[in-house]
Design a protein around this ligand. Sequence first.
Ligand code: FAD
Ligand code: NAG
Ligand code: NAG
Ligand code: NAG
Ligand code: NAG
Ligand code: NAG
Ligand code: NAG
Ligand code: NAG
Ligand code: NAG
Ligand code: NAG
Ligand code: NAG
Length: 670
Amino acid sequence: MSIILCSAVALLAAAAPLVSAQTLVVDQSTIEANSTTVAPAAEAVPADTTAADIDYFGAETVQLTDSVLANLTELNLSNISLFGFSDNATLSKRALPTSCKVFPGDLLWPIPVVWKIFNLLVGGALIETTPLAAPCYNDHPQVRNDAMCSYVTNNFVNNSFMHADDPTSVMWPLYQGLTCMPTTDPTQKCTLGAFPSYVVKATTVAQIQLAVNFARNANLRLVVKNTGHDFNGKSAGAGALSIWTHALKDLKYIANYQQGSYNGPAIKAGSGVQAFELYDYANKLGVTVVGGEGKSVGVTGGYLLGGGHSPLSGLYGMAADQVLSMEVVTPDGRFITASDSVNPDLFWGLRGGGGSTFGVVTSVTIKAFPKMISSVATFSFSSGNGVSSDNFWAGVRAYFDYFITFTDKGAYEYFQIMSTGPDTFTFGMAPFFAPNMTQAQLQTLITPWLSTLSNLGIQVTPQYFSYDNFYDAWNNHFPLESVGLPTIKTASRLFPKSNWATESSLNTTFDAIKSVVLDGSTILSFNIAVAKNSGENNSVNPAWRNTCLHAIQGAFWSTNATQAEVQAASKKITFDWMQRWRDASPGAGAYMSEADILEPNFQQAFYGSNYDRLYALKQKYDPTGLLYTPTGVGSENWYITGQVDAIPTQNGRLCPISFKSRFPKRAIRA
Ligand SMILES: Cc1cc2nc3c(=O)[nH]c(=O)nc-3n(C[C@H](O)[C@H](O)[C@H](O)COP(=O)(O)OP(=O)(O)OC[C@H]3O[C@@H](n4cnc5c(N)ncnc54)[C@H](O)[C@@H]3O)c2cc1C
Ligand SMILES: *[C@@H]1O[C@H](CO)[C@@H](O)[C@H](O)[C@H]1NC(C)=O
Ligand SMILES: *[C@@H]1O[C@H](CO)[C@@H](O)[C@H](O)[C@H]1NC(C)=O
Ligand SMILES: *[C@@H]1O[C@H](CO)[C@@H](O)[C@H](O)[C@H]1NC(C)=O
Ligand SMILES: *[C@@H]1O[C@H](CO)[C@@H](O)[C@H](O)[C@H]1NC(C)=O
Ligand SMILES: *[C@@H]1O[C@H](CO)[C@@H](O)[C@H](O)[C@H]1NC(C)=O
Ligand SMILES: *[C@@H]1O[C@H](CO)[C@@H](O)[C@H](O)[C@H]1NC(C)=O
Ligand SMILES: *[C@@H]1O[C@H](CO)[C@@H](O)[C@H](O)[C@H]1NC(C)=O
Ligand SMILES: *[C@@H]1O[C@H](CO)[C@@H](O)[C@H](O)[C@H]1NC(C)=O
Ligand SMILES: *[C@@H]1O[C@H](CO)[C@@H](O)[C@H](O)[C@H]1NC(C)=O
Ligand SMILES: *[C@@H]1O[C@H](CO)[C@@H](O)[C@H](O)[C@H]1NC(C)=O
């Protein structure tokens, strides 16, 4: 069995700001911190090659094991117990879920030497957080830099890759607390807000296990960041230790994968792999896989764990339906496989139950499909120039008549409706995506609607494109979407197909959509219907199985809005505009990954009838609530201190509700 040795000198060099001296004070004596005094906290564990579904990446063979911990214990470092598995470590009193997570400045917050030891154990992968926009601020002299500041400023909204490549940046900064936004006034303050305190840039499973064990044993808040795309900023958490999965980029093609009834090609992808990478990889192999439309979104992290809708969902189903097997570090620190044959209950919950809930996923093996042709149409139309707003809306209403027709053919349309001035509106189709269709088939499909538009005086000349593969169609026609806006809140609804059953129910649906646009909301939506497929026995929100419209709306406010104005906008979208949509779709749901953080009864909306089973599974795998994410399963048992009404952030202390109910009057330092 070979041992992974870390060179202490390299570690110290890599982590210079954190480990300034090459010594550690441990048990009152000063020792040299090196590969002898701090044993390599990892062991090479080969995959069990006799089991078809257990096939590790290199990063996954480097594990924390009981023997590694036994060696560390031998060293008599008094803090080593902080890194043990939960079945070994003695859970101290402060780890009981009746106390708040420890916070920087607390007596129980790990002292610097503990962070140093942790950094040595993870091979120098620990990063102390510097916010992305810190170069704009004088109070960050080490990184203050005008050129860097303008780069961050110029790319903040148009370049999601920049946020994904940063250890802590989130793309929906409102929920971070807006404590370090790009600025032209360097004298302002840049504080951490909801950014975590420390980040482990994970390249091995052992590092993830050490971080999970340390966070659990020291009662730290733990967050997981992949790309930071989540609409509710779910990868942020004040005072947290973060596991950053971005560097887990491995990809592997398995031509003949066998699992249960599946026997065919598959791709195993590390949890840091992003859509542009996975699609490119698959295309070069001449296969097609199910991922999102968003270019920089992670595929096997929060996206797939929360369900994952795709331009290919109309043919193959949700991203979570494609999974054959996954590897995961569970909250007890153990590294396990979940598939139909191993840990099937966890496998069920991981495929749709949401990120940061049952464990930290390190890789996922998904089905691969044959190469396929794809066609695309893009166009837009507006009121004005001879088109009355009545005719504009009649044209949009005519589109709604075709929702079932289009999705029956497997199409996926990404469209926008917005008000551009008093009684003027615009509709954008970007793109109408038609997988497995020729351009002629696509034209035939949409011509009846275009004729109706023409009869209304709306002349639309689509641009058509067709490709012999999915990747080029996707790459050329989905936009790199805006992110990073501090002045927006979104909400969404999965409208059921049954709303299309009668003209009257369709009118009600359409009117609910139209009414919020008339009130100033912007609509960004998908005409999508998820194909029935063999991978559906999972925890994806059942509302996805019978929808044909995933409608997202946004409320905007001006950059100089007062807090009261932001609160009013937030309440309007949640309790007024969204209520119209809920009233028009009773009992339906919403997509957790592109949702309203304040969705009332989120358990029903995001999880539907799966919620009770998911909640029980959460108690089984994470009894102490190590993993918390807003609106995640079991998150109702926690709250964040110091919140402003209607503008929730992760910028506060994470505390159990049981603590609040037991000590309602007790002041908690925020
Ligand atoms: C521009 C844009 C385009 C989008 N396009 C699509 C789309 O086409 N289809 C679609 O369905 N959704 C889409 N989304 C929504 C997307 O699914 C969510 O943002 C999703 O949460 C992103 O997952 P992530 O891992 O990349 O991001 P993160 O924000 O980093 O993570 C999201 C959540 O998952 C957790 N998590 C991440 N990785 C892991 C892991 N390995 N193990 C356990 N938990 C983990 C995080 O802790 C967090 O709670 C889009 C979002 C944006 C902003
Ligand atoms: C870690 O070890 C140091 C040095 O022995 C000790 O002072 C400290 O209390 C320990 N911390 C924890 C959290 O056990
Ligand atoms: C590590 O430090 C110990 C204690 O100072 C020392 O005895 C040993 O030689 C060092 N080992 C290496 C590999 O530097
Ligand atoms: C434990 O330490 C011994 C002695 O340093 C070493 O030979 C062995 O490989 C270590 N085992 C593990 C699993 O780290
Ligand atoms: C941890 O527990 C396991 C099983 O309970 C045991 O085999 C192992 O020796 C223990 N490890 C340590 C480091 O105590
Ligand atoms: C750890 O402590 C035990 C018991 O006190 C002792 O026998 C052992 O030599 C110590 N190990 C080291 C590496 O100092
Ligand atoms: C974003 O905008 C900036 C400034 O306008 C530009 O330099 C940069 O290339 C853009 N980036 C992307 C990814 O579009
Ligand atoms: C669905 O999966 C669960 C395991 O989570 C299993 O118990 C059940 O039998 C499966 N149902 C079907 C219809 O395959
Ligand atoms: C794609 O279209 C062909 C016929 O044109 C059909 O045989 C095939 O099943 C379709 N593929 C999917 C995934 O629907
Ligand atoms: C639906 O709306 C259209 C347009 O407003 C109207 O002409 C039609 O009568 C309505 N149908 C029903 C059944 O309400
Ligand atoms: C915000 O700025 C706009 C002009 O940029 C101004 O019209 C408006 O009154 C300002 N609002 C507040 C609340 O200051």
